[in-house]
Design a protein around this ligand. Structure first.
Ligand code: HEC
Length: 135
């Protein structure tokens, strides 16, 4: 229940972004988005060994083994989508002092459909990329 609530709040925030702020990112491919926003921690090949990882107190997971870590061996699309949704508004998994998506996506704009669609398309690309690199 709490989990559902948290996700709904995050989605609400994602949809509060203005399309114009996301526009420069819309031409990025999944791998490009990943390299720009995620590789610093998760590593260029997503093995969890980015330069920032060593400075964190928490372990940065290897994103090529998400499916393997599941009991059924399947990529948990919905859960991963929720993690990445959160990423679009929270700097880095709750590490608020480390702005990652923040400066592009922090807009206080009212919710609008293009903004929601734009954010959704970035999330789709990232989740699609993560799915494609499962080993
Ligand atoms: C500041 C470092 C940092 C950045 C940048 C970062 N992550 Fe993470 N990520 C982590 C850490 C640490 C964890 C594990 C702990 C947690 O969930 O907070 C994690 C967990 C995850 C998980 C969950 C993996 C699992 O098996 O449950 C996914 C998916 C993920 N990150 C995707 C991304 C994507 C996509 C981006 C870029 C948009 C990104 N991360 C950017 C540090 C980072």
């Amino acid at each position: 229940m709490l989990r559902i609530l948290v996700s709904t709040v995050l989605l609400g925030m994602v949809s509060a972004l203005h399309a114009t702020e996301l526009e420069p990112l819309l031409s990025y491919s999944g791998p490009q988005l990943y390299q720009r926003f995620c590789a610093s921690c998760h590593g260029p090949q997503a093995y969890g060994d980015g330069p920032v990882a060593a400075t964190l107190k928490v372990m940065v997971p290897d994103l090529t083994r998400i499916a393997r870590r599941q009991q059924n061996g399947e990529f948990p699309e919905q859960r991963i989508r929720e993690v990445v949704d959160g990423r679009a508004v929270l700097p880095a998994h709750g590490l608020r002092d480390m702005p990652v998506w923040g400066y592009e996506l922090e807009a206080q704009a009212p919710p609008d459909q293009p903004g929601r669609a734009a954010a959704q398309s970035l999330i789709d690309k990232l989740v699609g990329y993560l799915r494609s690199i499962q080993q």
